[in-house]
Design a protein around this ligand. Structure first.
Ligand SMILES: *Cc1c(COP(=O)(O)O)cnc(C)c1O
Length: 378
């Protein structure tokens, strides 16, 4: 037992969420679970099989994640979001692309130059690379600009070794209450798809929705939804019009490493930013910003010890935090401490920690560090 930080990942919560999405989308719409960034920090190695049991596709960011999924034994459909231009040109890049094609990873293309690279790599190995073209319909991030997509698509269709199977886009504001920008993007996407003959039922899959689109904007569903953060049980934002009863998958626990009594007037932690105005009792908990417990949570939240709240006092250190045990008299060294709760209403839920830290749930879970052992729980 070397591990003192344990992330219990609830398989039933993840299954519940995916089944909820299945009922929320229409029957002909496929469900793609996004497992990039180590399943948003929850642990791909422990969780992929649970997710693969419910989803039709899995999506990753880069090539390492795609290969990891295949090495773990996943045999279903994989979509890789990054386009292969992240490889340097030359034989090394060729080989890496050829491996992805050989292992049946559907690749994203955004430019003519990389269409040529991927086409050559495929043709050389006597293979067909399955391609989804990513279209920028207004977010200004990755993708071919929607006005230029018809010519790229014509080129891909002419290129030996490439088989165009899908078109997609990504929405910038689906998590906001006002959907007008998202609807404009969807309109641009429809027109771009029409311009290249890629409408429903003609062999090309169209997809646009992230978690927020899946939950809150049925116009974005098309042939597949790409759900990330909500698979793990978190609301994409607090501006959703539709409420889906998601179940957070993660519970993070650590240990009480030391307890001690402090006289009134004691100040604690780096910068001595908290002062006890009465005699107090503190405990040290084995988690810090190196584990993703972000530093700005200092003095802002609490953990749970023996069923009671113990407020965090002073700044978060790299490996530990100081908590107030004045009202937890029976807290003992070695006791389990709940650092992140799976109850969304809890003060130390992922969503509330994100709020307190001025960020989104994605950043909190993706930041969970390598010292935390992920274990699959019921
Ligand atoms: C990460 C990502 C998603 C998932 O987004 P969530 O907000 O986590 O649901 C979907 N599509 C693309 C292209 C992405 O990069």
């Amino acid at each position: 037992m070397r591990d003192y930080l344990i992330a219990e990942i609830s398989s039933s919560a993840v299954r519940h969420n995916l089944q909820l999405f299945r009922r929320h989308i229409s029957e002909g719409t496929k469900l793609c679970a996004v497992v990039k960034a180590d399943c948003y920090g929850h642990g791909m190695a422990v969780l992929w099989e649970v997710i693969a049991g419910e989803a039709d596709w899995l999506a990753v960011a880069g090539p390492g994640e795609a290969i990891q999924l295949r090495d773990l034994g996943y045999k279903g459909e994989i979509l890789m979001f990054f386009s292969p231009c992240i490889y340097p040109p030359g034989p090394g890049g060729h080989e890496a692309v050829a491996e992805l094609i050989a292992r049946a990873v559907t690749l994203t293309l955004v430019s003519a130059a990389e269409a040529e690279l991927v086409g050559q790599a495929a043709a050389k190995g006597g293979m067909k690379a399955r391609i989804h073209v990513k279209i920028d319909t207004g977010m200004g991030r990755s993708g071919v600009p929607h006005t230029e997509s018809p010519s790229l698509i014509r080129q891909i269709r002419r290129t030996e070794g490439l088989q165009l199977t899908g078109l997609y886009t990504h929405l910038a504001t689906a998590d906001e209450a006002d959907k007008s920008d998202a609807l404009r993007q969807i309109d641009n996407f429809r027109q771009a798809a029409k311009a290249c003959g890629g409408v429903r039922g003609e062999g090309l899959m169209l997809h646009a929705a992230n978690s927020a689109g899946m939950i809150d904007l049925s116009e974005s569903h098309f042939d597949m939804v790409r759900t990330g953060i909500s698979v793990y049980g978190y609301q994409p934002s607090d501006q959703m019009h539709t409420h889906l009863p998601l179940r957070p998958a993660l519970r993070l626990t650590g240990r009480l490493m030391q307890t001690k009594d402090l006289p009134a007037g004691s100040r604690v932690g780096y910068g001595l930013t908290y002062t006890f105005d009465r005699p107090g009792r503190v405990g040290l908990v084995s988690v810090g910003y190196a584990d993703g417990y972000v530093r700005c949570l200092g003095n802002k939240t609490s953990v749970r010890v023996g069923g009671r709240d113990a407020p965090v006092r002073g700044r978060v250190s790299m490996d530990q935090i100081i908590v107030d045990l004045t009202d937890v008299p029976d807290g003992r060294v070695g006791d389990e401490v709940e650092i992140i709760s799976p109850d969304p209403a809890s003060r130390h839920s992922v969503e509330n920690l994100a709020r307190l830290a001025g960020t989104i749930p994605h950043e909190i879970t993706c930041g969970l560090g390598g010292r935390i052992r992920r274990v699959l729980a019921e």
